[in-house]
Design a protein around this ligand. Structure first.
Ligand SMILES: *[C@@H]1O[C@H](CO)[C@@H](O)[C@H](O)[C@H]1NC(C)=O
Ligand SMILES: *[C@@H]1O[C@H](CO)[C@@H](O)[C@H](O)[C@H]1NC(C)=O
Ligand SMILES: *[C@@H]1O[C@H](CO)[C@@H](O)[C@H](O)[C@H]1NC(C)=O
Ligand SMILES: *[C@@H]1O[C@H](CO)[C@@H](O)[C@H](O)[C@H]1NC(C)=O
Ligand SMILES: *[C@@H]1O[C@H](CO)[C@@H](O)[C@H](O)[C@H]1NC(C)=O
Length: 942
C-alpha cells in the first residue's frame, strides 16, 4: 500500500477553497465586534502627534473606522480560522499619550505579535498587564517613551522569541525581575534592552539567558564589573552589542573564549567597554563571516592584526579612539563591501595611494581624524564618490583644499578642520548640495567667504572659525535656508554687524573679528537662539537693548570685550530659564548689577568684570545655586563683604577685585563656607581688620589638589569654556581657559592688619598666594612650607618682621617670591629654591643680609656670586604649562611680583617661556577641540 501524492486538481481545488474562504470572511466582518471596539477605544485614547519625527509620517490607526472589518485595518493581523486579532503592528504611528493599565489593548488576549515601537507614550509605565499576553512571541516597545520599572510580569511571557524594550531612556530593570525573565523566557532568540538601566545587575546573571539567543543587545545598560568568561556558551549569537557600558571590562581570557566559541558572530560592538588588557591579536580568530566590528574607545593597545581588515564580508570597522593602537592598513585585498572605516585617534598608518583608493570604492563613511595618514596626493579622496561622511580633521594637511572633493556629491558631512589648509574654499564645493555639516575651522583659509557656498541649501552646521577669512559676512550665508549653526569666530571679518539679517539660527558665534556697530535688532527675533557670542570685536557699540530678553531659550550670552555702554537691562537676571552663561565683561556698562535672579535659575557662569557698575552686590545672586564662576572685578561696587555667597554650593571662582568694597571680612558665617572655591580674589579693595583666618579653615578645595586636569566649562552640552581676568604672577591676563587644578588666594592691596595665622599652612594646594600691600605684622609663618604646590608667593609691602624661614627653600615649584618692602632681618637663607631668587625678591628690608642683596652678613663668610638671572631654562616645568592666553596688559600695579626693573627687562627683551607655553597650549587645545561628538557618533550609526 503506497502513499499517493495529491493530484494537481486536488491541489487546485484546495487553493480555490482557501481563496473562497478568505473572500467570504472579509465581506462578512470576520472581526468580532468586541475586538473592533477594543481597538477603536485604544485608538481614541491617543492623539496623533503630527510634530513627531520626520521618519514617522503615517498614522496607521487612521484607517481604523467603525463598521469595517478590523482584520483589514492597517497594522492589524487576525487568525484566519478563529478571527482573533493575533498581531498589532503600530510601529512609527505617531501615537501620543499615556498607555494606562485599564487600556482596552489588554483585552486582546490572543495577541502573538505586538509592536508599539517609535511612538510617544509620554513616560507611561509598562503595565504589568503586558504579562497577560500569554501567547506573545514578539514584543517591541523600542523608542516609545516608556519609563519606570520594567514589571517582573514580563517574565510570564514564556513564548517570547523577540523582546525589545530598548531606547526608552528612563526604564530600569531590577536584578530580581531580570533573573525571572531570563529563566522563563527560554525561547528567546532576540533580546534588546539597550538603555534600560540595569546597573544593579551582576553581569554573571546574563549566563542564565537562553542559549539559543541569536541577538543580544545591552547597549548603555550601566553594566559594571567583568564580562563573564563563559559568554562562549551563546553559540548561536550573531549579534552582540554591549557598547557604552563603560564600567564593564573584559579579561583577555574571556575575550579569547568569546571569539573562539562564537563562530556565528558577525556583528560585535563593545564600544567604550574597557578592553585595555586584551591583546588586539586575539581578534585574529574572528570568523570570515564577520560583517561589523565596533571597538570604539576600548583602550586597546598594541598592534592591530592586519588580517581583520581583510575579512571578506566586512562592512564596517570602528576602531577610533584607541590611542594606543598601531599597525598599518593594507591597501589591497580589502573587502569590496566595506562601507565604514573609522580609525580616528589611532596610530594605525594609512597610505593614501592609488591602489588603496581603488580598493575602497564602496566606502560611505570615512573617519580618519587625528590619525596617521600618509599621503602625497589628497586629491585622490575625490575618487571615493560614494562617500557620505568624510572626516580628515586634525591631520596637519597643508596646501590648498583639493577641488576634487567637489566630486563627492553624496557628502552630508565634511570635516577638514584643524589642518593647515591654505588658500580659498574651492569653487567645486558648490556641488555638494546634500552637505549638512561643513567644518573648516582651525586652518589658514583666506579671502572672503566664498559665494559658491550659496547653493548649499541643506547646510545646517557651518564652522569657519580660526581662519583668516576677511571681508564682510556675505548676506547669502545668512539666507541659507537650513542654516542653524554658524561659527565665524576668530577671523578678520569686517563690516557693520547691525546689517545682519538671518533666518532661524540656533547658534551664532562672531567673536574675535573686527565687526562694528550696534547689536542688530534682527537678532532679537531669532526665537530659537541658544547661543549668542559676539565677544571681542572691540568695536561693538551702543546699548544692550532689553529686547535681548526675548531670547527665552538662550543658554549662552557672551557680549564681552566690546564697547557696549548704557545700563545693563535688569531683565537679564531672569529672561531665560536655561541661561547658563552670562558674560558681559570688559565693556563700558553702567548702572547696577541686575537684581532679578530668580529661583531655579541654572546660571553657572556670571562675568561682569571690567565695567563701571555701581551699587551693591544683589542678594538675589543667592538664587544662582549652580553658579561656579562669579567675576565682578574691576567695577565700582560699593558694599561690604557679601557673606551670603558663602553658601553657593558650586562656587569655585570668586573675583571681586578692584572695587570699593570695605569693612571687616570676619570669616565663615555658615557651614561649608566656600568649600569648593579654587580662586578667591578680593584684592584691591578697602577691606580692613584681621585676615579672614576663619576661611582658611573652610576653603576645602584649596587644601587638596585636583589630580584630574580638565578645563572648566559649563556642565551642559554647550561646553562653553570659562574665561576670567586675573593677575597671574604679576601680569594681568585674560585666561581664555581655566584649569580645574588652579588654586589662588589673593587678598592683596587692602588694609588687612595683624599677623598671618599659621592656619594658612592648611591650604596645601595653593599655587598662588598674594597678601602683599597690606599692613600685616609679625613673622612669616614657617607653616608656609606645607604649601608645596606654591608657584608664586607675594608678601611684599607689609610690616613683617623677623627672619625668613629657611623652610621656604623646600618649595620646589616656587618660581616667584616677593618679600620686598617689609622689616625682615637676618641672613637670607640659601640653598634649595632660594638660589633662584634675585635681589628684587628681598629689597627694601634694611635688616636683611646675604649675597642676594649684596650685603655681607656680619661675621659670616663672603657672599657667593648671585645666580645670573631668572632661569628661563626649566621654568616651563616650574610654572606648569598654564592657560589659554589672549590679551595682556602688563600690570605693574598691585600684585606685581617681579622687581620692577627685572620684570621690565624680562618682558622687553623676550617673553618668558611660560608666556609662550600659554600661547602654545591654547592652540594645541583648540586643535583638539572636540566637536559635537554625539553628532558624529550618531551619524556613524545611520
Ligand atoms: C483609565 O485610567 C486612567 C487613569 O487611572 C483614567 O484617567 C481613565 O479615565 C481610565 N480610562 C478608562 C477607559 O477607564
Ligand atoms: C495560545 O496558543 C495555544 C496553542 O496555540 C492555544 O491553544 C490557546 O488558545 C492560545 N491562547 C490564547 C489566549 O490565544
Ligand atoms: C513562567 O511562565 C509561566 C507561564 O508560561 C508562568 O505561569 C510562571 O509564573 C512564570 N514564572 C515566572 C517566574 O515568571
Ligand atoms: C570555549 O572555547 C574554549 C577553548 O578556546 C574552551 O575551553 C571552552 O570550554 C569553550 N566553551 C565556553 C562555553 O566558553
Ligand atoms: C581617480 O579619478 C581620476 C579622474 O576621474 C582618474 O583619472 C584616476 O584614475 C582615478 N584614480 C583611481 C585610483 O581610481
Amino acid at each position: 500500500m503506497g502513499f499517493s501524492p495529491p493530484s494537481l486538481s486536488q491541489s487546485l481545488s484546495f487553493i480555490l477553497f482557501l481563496f473562497h474562504f478568505h473572500s467570504t470572511i472579509s465581506s462578512s466582518h470576520f472581526c468580532a465586534l468586541h475586538q473592533s471596539l477594543s481597538l477603536l477605544q485604544f485608538k481614541e485614547s491617543f492623539s496623533i502627534n503630527s510634530s513627531a519625527s520626520i521618519r514617522c509620517q503615517h498614522p496607521k490607526t487612521e484607517s481604523w473606522k467603525e463598521g469595517t472589518d478590523c482584520c483589514l485595518w492597517d497594522g492589524v493581523t487576525c487568525d484566519m480560522k478563529t478571527g482573533h486579532v493575533t498581531g498589532l503592528d503600530l510601529a512609527c504611528s505617531m501615537l501620543y499619550g499615556t498607555l494606562h493599565s485599564n487600556s482596552t489593548l489588554f483585552s486582546l488576549h490572543h495577541l502573538q505579535k505586538l509592536d508599539l515601537s517609535d511612538n510617544d507614550f509620554n513616560s507611561s509605565h509598562i503595565s504589568s498587564r503586558f504579562g497577560q499576553f500569554s501567547n506573545l512571541t514578539l514584543l517591541n516597545l523600542n523608542f516609545s517613551v516608556f519609563a519606570g520599572q520594567v514589571p517582573s510580569e514580563i517574565s510570564h511571557l514564556s513564548k517570547l522569541v523577540s523582546l525589545d524594550l530598548s531606547d526608552n531612556g528612563y526604564l530600569s530593570l531590577e536584578p530580581i525581575s531580570f533573573d525571572k525573565l531570563v529563566r522563563n523566557l527560554t525561547k528567546l532568540r532576540e533580546l534588546d534592552l539597550s538603555s534600560v538601566n540595569m546597573s544593579l545587575l551582576v553581569p554573571d546573571s546574563m549566563m542564565n539567558l537562553s542559549s539559543s539567543l541569536s541577538s543580544l543587545k545591552l547597549n548603555d545598560c550601566g553594566l559594571q564589573g567583568k564580562l563573564p568568561s563563559s559568554m562562549g556558551r551563546f553559540k548561536h549569537l550573531q549579534y552582540l552589542d554591549l557598547s557604552e557600558n563603560f564600567y564593564l571590562s573584559l579579561e583577555p581570557i574571556s575575550f579569547d573564549k568569546l571569539v573562539q566559541n562564537l563562530t556565528k558572530l558577525r556583528d560585535l560592538a563593545l564600544d567604550r567597554v574597557n578592553m585595555s588588557l586584551v591583546a588586539p591579536n586575539s581578534l585574529t580568530n574572528l570568523s570570515s563571516s564577520f560583517s561589523s566590528l565596533s571597538l570604539w574607545n576600548c583602550g586597546l593597545q598594541g598592534k592591530f592584526p592586519g588580517n581583520i581588515f581583510l575579512l571578506p564580508n566586512l562592512e564596517s570597522l570602528y576602531l577610533s579612539y584607541n590611542e594606543g593602537l598601531t599597525g598599518s592598513f593594507p591597501s589591497s585585498n580589502l573587502s569590496n563591501v566595506l562601507s565604514t572605516l573609522s580609525l580616528s585617534n589611532t596610530r594605525i598608518s594609512v597610505y593614501l595611494k592609488n591602489d588603496l583608493i581603488s580598493n575602497l570604492k564602496s566606502l560611505e563613511y570615512m573617519y580618519l581624524s587625528n590619525c596617521n595618514i600618509i599621503s602625497s596626493d589628497l586629491a585622490l579622496l575625490g575618487n571615493l564618490t560614494q562617500l557620505i561622511f568624510l572626516d580628515i580633521s586634525g591631520n596637519n594637511f597643508s596646501g590648498q583644499i583639493p577641488s576634487s572633493l567637489g566630486n563627492l556629491v553624496h557628502l552630508r558631512s565634511l570635516y577638514l578642520d584643524s589642518n593647515k589648509f591654505m588658500g580659498q574654499i574651492p569653487d567645486s564645493f558648490g556641488s555638494l548640495v546634500h552637505l549638512s555639516d561643513l567644518y573648516l575651522s582651525n586652518n589658514q583659509l583666506v579671502g572672503p567667504i566664498h559665494f559658491q557656498l550659496n547653493t548649499l541649501s541643506n547646510l545646517q552646521y557651518l564652522y569657519l572659525s580660526n581662519n583668516l577669512f576677511n571681508g564682510t559676512i556675505p548676506s547669502f550665508l545668512l539666507a541659507l535656508p537650513s542654516l542653524q549653526y554658524l561659527d565665524l569666530h576668530n577671523n578678520n571679518l569686517i563690516g557693520n554687524i547691525s546689517e545682519l539679517q538671518h533666518n532661524s539660527l540656533t547658534y551664532l558665534d562672531l567673536s574675535n573679528n573686527h565687526l562694528h556697530g550696534p547689536i542688530p535688532s534682527s537678532i532679537f527675533k531669532q526665537e530659537n537662539l541658544t547661543t549668542l557670542i559676539l565677544a571681542s570685536n572691540s568695536k561693538l557699540t551702543g546699548e544692550i537693548s532689553s529686547s535681548i530678553c526675548k531670547l527665552r531659550f538662550l543658554l549662552v550670552l557672551d557680549l564681552s570685550n566690546n564697547s557696549l555702554s548704557g545700563s545693563t537691562p535688569q531683565c537679564l537676571g531672569n529672561f531665560s530659564s536655561m541661561l547658563s552663561v552670562l558674560h558681559l565683561g570688559m565693556n563700558n556698562l553702567q548702572g547696577t548689577i541686575p537684581s532679578t535672579f530668580s529661583k531655579d535659575n541654572i546660571l553657572e557662569y556670571l562675568n561682569l568684570n571690567g565695567n563701571e557698575l555701581e551699587g551693591k552686590i544683589p542678594p538675589s545672586i543667592i538664587n544662582c545655586t549652580m553658579l561656579e564662576v562669579l567675576d565682578l572685578g574691576n567695577n565700582k561696587i560699593e558694599d561690604t563683604f557679601p557673606y551670603f555667597l558663602e553658601t553657593l554650593p558650586e562656587l569655585q571662582i570668586l573675583i571681586l577685585k578692584s572695587n570699593k568694597l570695605q569693612g571687616f571680612v570676619k570669616g565663615p558665617t555658615a557651614y561649608n563656607s566656600f568649600f569648593k572655591l579654587r580662586i578667591f580674589d578680593i584684592s584691591d579693595n578697602n577691606f580692613s581688620g584681621p585676615l579672614p583666618t576663619g576661611y582658611f579653615n573652610s576653603l576645602e578645595a584649596m587644601m587638596a589638589s585636583d589630580q584630574n586636569m580638565i578645563y572648566m566649562r559649563t556642565t551642559n552640552y554647550t561646553g562653553y569654556v570659562y574665561s576670567i581676568e586675573m593677575t597671574w604672577k604679576g601680569v594681568e591676563i585674560e585666561f581664555t581657559k581655566i584649569r580645574s587644578t588652579i588654586r589662588v588666594l589673593d587678598l592683596s592691596n587692602n588694609n588687612f592688619t595683624g599677623e598671618i595665622s599659621k592656619v594658612i599652612g592648611k591650604l596645601k594646594a595653593l599655587q598662588q598666594l598674594n597678601l602683599s600691600h597690606n599692613s600685616l605684622t609679625g613673622h612669616i609663618q614657617s607653616s608656609l612650607e606645607n604649601l608645596t604646590n606654591l608657584e608664586s608667593l607675594d608678601l611684599s609691602s607689609n610690616l613683617l618682621t623677623g627672619r625668613i624661614p629657611t623652610q621656604l627653600g623646600g618649595l620646589t615649584f616656587l618660581a616667584i617670591l616677593n618679600l620686598s618692602h617689609n622689616q625682615l632681618e637676618g641672613r637670607i637663607p640659601s640653598g634649595g629654591q632660594f638660589n633662584t631668587f634675585t635681589a628684587s625678591s628681598f629689597e627694601g628690608n634694611l635688616g636683611l643680609c646675604g649675597f642676594q642683596v649684596l650685603k655681607e652678613c656680619y661675621g659670616d663668610e663672603a657672599p657667593s656670586l648671585p645666580p645670573s638671572s631668572f632661569d628661563e631654562g626649566d621654568d616651563s616645568t616650574l610654572f606648569g604649562e598654564g592657560f589659554g592666553w589672549k590679551a595682556v596688559t602688563v600690570g605693574y600695579g598691585c600684585g606685581f611680583v617681579f622687581g620692577v626693573a627685572t620684570g621690565y627687562v624680562v618682558f622687553r627683551t623676550k617673553k618668558p617661556s611660560w608666556f609662550l607655553r600659554m600661547v602654545e597650549d591654547k592652540w594645541n587645545l583648540q586643535s583638539k577641540k572636540t566637536k559635537k561628538n554625539a553628532g558624529r557618533y550618531g551619524a556613524r550609526r545611520n
